[in-house]
Every structure is written in C-alpha cells, then in structure tokens.
Design a protein around this ligand. Structure first.
Ligand SMILES: *Cc1c(COP(=O)(O)O)cnc(C)c1O
Length: 371
C-alpha cells in the first residue's frame, strides 16, 4: 500500500475524483514535484524570514515585470491586508489599533455591486477584516465607469475590482476602465484575481495591487501572492506586524509558491485544445446514454479552459440533476462536479485535475445510476 493510500485508510477518508476545478473544499490542486521539493527545503532550514520575504518578492517581481511582490498565506489574506495597507499606510498607531476604534482616515472600499460575491466566504468579510467597509457601485447587472466614479466620496480609500467567474460579467467595466477611474480620483485600485491565469495583465492595465491564490492556477502550496506598485506592496508587508500576524505564511509556503510561479511562467501549460482532446472519448460515451447530452463548453470568464457540459433530461431519467450530483458526491469514490447550473439541468466537468482513466470512471458511475 502506498503512503498516501494509508493516509486515506488511517483517517478513514473517502477518495475523491475532482472534476470541479480548483476548489478549496477538495484541496485546490496537487503541486508538481519541484514545488514539493521547495516546500521540503523550506521546512528543513532556518532563514532570516524578513530577508526571505523581501528577496523572494524581488525575484517574483522581476520574473513578472512588476515593481514588487510579496507572498501571503492565501488570496483572502491578500485582500484583507491590501485593504488594511491602503487605510493604515505606514502609520504605526493605526497599524497597532486597526480595529480598536474608528480612524480619522478614509476607509471605504468601493466595489462594483456585481463583484460583491461569495467565493466560499464573502468578499466583504475580508474587507472588514482589513478595517474597511464596502460601498457598492452600480447595480447587480451593470457598472459603468461613471457609476463606479459616482460611488466615490472623500471617505473612499480604494477601489476593489474582483476579476472572477463568480462575478456578473455583462455590462461590467473592465480593469483598465476601473484603473482610469482610480487615477482620475487619485485612489489605489486593488484587483482580486485569485483564480485567474494571467499574472501580468491586470498590473499592466493599471492596478496598484493584484492578488492571486497560490494553489489555484499557479498550483503552488496553500499561499497567496500580492503584486503591485512598490509603495503599496511595502504597506502590505508592514501588516505582518498588524492583522497579517493572524494570517502568517510559513517559509515552506514562501519557497513553494516562488518555485511554482517560476515553473508556471516557464513551462508549457495544458491548453484548452488539449483539454478538449482529453475529454472527447468521455463525451462520446456520455452521448451514447439515453436522456443525457454532453458537449464542450468554454470558460465563461474567458480563460483558456474547456469543460464538458452534461445536460440531463429529467423527464426521461426520472431524477433531477441535483439528485444526480448528490448521489455521485455521496458515492465512493466521491465525484465532484461544477454544479453552478444544476438548477437548469446542467453540470460541468472540469478536466484539469483528472486524467482520461478517471474520466472513464466518472462515465461508468453516471451510467451505473441508470441501470
Ligand atoms: C478563491 C478565491 C478567493 C480566495 O482565495 P484563497 O487563496 O482561497 O483565500 C478570493 N477571491 C476569489 C475571486 C476567488 O476565486
């Protein structure tokens, strides 16, 4: 029995087939061997940690062509510390008394209403952790540059833009337009790009701070990355003596993420067409089943990710999509799909975390439901 199988046995854990994508509830991703080695090296050595933070940040910044960077414990921590950074700046009293009482400085964070999402925890909770309050701009279905600007007051500390598939996509201003508004009002623009694949374009579009989740697209250990203009990144780093201490990142996370970013920027990634090739037999098999239709769909947020969309004919199958999702989740192995559209009779299969054999198991498990 291999070491990891014995872990499943030892703690009586269910094995999982993850076709839902980079999901925190399933452990996000499984980093490459070079990342595991960097984590291992970190665990086994001592460092001057401030030096480690500064120099890995410098290395990452040079790699990405940005002014500065810092590794944090996760993207949520990155949001909270970025908000705290723009409120506290380098004021020691505010740093040490962030939540003790209100401060005589701007602390409102303007966010397009359609970006006020729940990614597993609410964006607003991270803003509050950072000492800010959320102020929504525009409407649930639209936010123009003028609507964003209209929400700015003398109390505004920053604009927050969430670049994510969780957000409303239609009639939304883009990052460059948000940056234009920020510049006009001399405010910093913070972009939460936690699950995004492009580590450069939002900075290049004019964001002052951009936040990424370390284990999602980058496939690093549990960690986060904040990149941006030097002064703002400095202020984020200062938060390690404030709220940042409650979200401390370890040396292993710092070294693991730095290695993961290096690989991410230099190695060829699986592209959308390769994902299509991986799932073509799976799609053909599913289409041979009565009451089930499968096809390729592309990521709604515009990333180069192809997925299988499966539609279930409730009347023909005599079972709802939600029941199908629940039964497969409760099976052994537990199979997790993207279930955002289960109420429309559709689920999506994300193939980034599985191989063709596992896809075949998924097909067999779906087929078995109706035999
Ligand atoms: C995943 C996600 C986060 C949180 O990232 P963590 O690294 O898990 O804290 C924040 N914002 C968005 C849009 C996300 O998708």
């Amino acid at each position: 029995m291999s070491a990891n199988q014995s872990i499943y046995k030892k703690y009586n854990l269910k094995t999982v087939i993850n076709t839902s994508g980079r999901m925190t509830i399933l452990g996000v991703s499984t980093p490459r061997e070079d990342v595991v080695e960097a984590v291992n090296f970190g665990l086994n050595h001592y460092f001057e940690v401030k030096d480690l933070i500064n120099k890995t940040g410098r290395y990452i910044a040079d790699l990405l062509g940005v002014e500065d960077a810092v590794v944090v414990s996760c993207a949520s921590a990155g949001i909270a510390q970025s908000v705290a950074a723009v409120i506290v700046k380098d004021n020691l009293y505010r740093l040490e008394n962030l939540h003790a009482h209100s401060h005589d400085v701007p602390s409102e964070i303007v966010v397009p209403k359609g970006h006020n999402v729940n990614f597993g925890a609410p964006v607003g909770t991270m803003v509050q952790l950072g000492g800010g309050t959320l102020r929504e701009a525009g409407y649930a279905n639209e936010c123009s540059p003028a609507q964003l600007a209209a929400a700015i007051t003398p109390k505004t500390a920053a604009i927050l833009y969430i670049k994510s598939h969780h957000c409303v996509q239609k009639s939304m201003l883009d990052v460059a337009q948000a940056a234009e508004v920020a510049k006009t009002y001399q405010l910093p623009l913070i972009v939460d790009a936690a699950a995004e694949e492009d580590l450069q374009s939002y900075y290049q579009a004019g964001a002052d701070l951009v936040i990424y989740s370390g284990a999602k697209a980058i496939e690093g250990p549990t960690s986060g990355l904040v990149i941006g203009r030097k002064q703002y990144v400095e202020w984020v780093k200062l938060q390690s003596n404030g709220i940042g201490r409650a979200m401390k990142v370890g040396k292993e996370g710092i070294l693991g993420l730095t290695q993961a970013i290096t690989s991410y920027m230099t190695l060829e990634k699986e592209n959308g067409q390769q994902m299509v090739d991986k799932m073509s037999a799976f799609i053909d098999n599913l289409n041979s089943l009565k009451g089930i239709q499968a096809k390729v769909v592309w990521d709604s947020a515009g990333r180069d990710i192809a997925r299988t969309e499966i539609s279930f004919d409730h009347a023909a199958l005599g079972i709802t999509t939600q029941e199908i999702v629940d039964r497969l989740k409760n099976g052994d192995p537990a199979i997790y799909f993207r279930g955002y559209k289960a109420n429309e009779g559709k689920i999506e299969v994300d193939v980034r975390s599985v191989n063709a054999e596992q896809l075949h198991i998924v097909y067999e498990c779906i087929k078995a439901l109706f035999n």
